[in-house]
Write a protein that binds this ligand. Structure first.
Ligand SMILES: [Zn+2]
Length: 191
């Protein structure tokens, strides 16, 4: 597992506790891993880390909507490295407002900035996911796309995310292909 983690090139650069997306600390025992893509075509993982630390990623706080006025998630992955933004023992704000996606899942965002290698980002994400499954006792069936979590009051409730792993806006062959890569790395850790 430590070898795979080395391949992931995981950097820890957390948002300071008590600020921005971590101004309210809500404990979590993670039972799922939620995969997103940023749909930001100009920012790599380090730029996302900076934006989170600066409190630049705001979202209107509403009743039954965003709970803290900021977006935050646990990891951002690009084609060169991965960055951790908050402990996995705290809830993020990336999936479904007050729903189980935020209350119970580790959020991973995949970068898609221009010029980056999508395949390298996907492989790195699959490795990180496998390591997190092992560390937290999370089964493969609980590795889900953002699409999995309906968002109350949104139309459509299920977001087309990560968009390039969905088929016609929902999980299909491409998503199953990604889960295959996750499982491949997970089996490697077990061996
Ligand atoms: Zn998403």
């Amino acid at each position: 597992m430590s070898r795979m983690l080395r391949d992931v090139k995981l950097k820890t650069d957390v948002v300071r506790r008590g600020t921005h997306g971590r101004k309210v600390v809500r404990p979590m025992t993670p039972r799922y891993i939620t995969i997103h893509s940023t749909q930001n075509y100009s920012a790599d993982a380090c730029k996302h880390a900076l934006a989170l630390k600066n409190g630049a990623l705001r979202s209107p706080k509403t009743r039954n909507g965003n709970r803290i006025g900021y977006l935050i998630w646990h990891f951002t992955v690009d084609d060169r490295l991965a960055v951790q933004h908050m402990p996995t023992s705290e809830q993020g704000e990336h999936a479904d407002f007050n729903g189980p996606g935020n209350r119970l899942s580790i959020g991973i965002e995949m970068c898609e900035h221009r010029g980056s290698s999508r395949s390298a980002t996907l492989e790195r994400t699959a490795k990180l996911t496998a390591v997190l499954m092992k560390k937290n006792g999370i089964p493969l069936k609980n590795v889900v796309p953002h699409y999995h979590w309906p968002r109350a009051g949104k139309h459509p409730p299920n977001k087309n995310c990560p968009h390039y792993l969905m088929d016609n806006g929902r999980p299909g062959a491409k998503w199953r292909g990604f889960l295959g890569r996750v499982n491949y790395y997970y089996q490697k850790i077990q061996a």
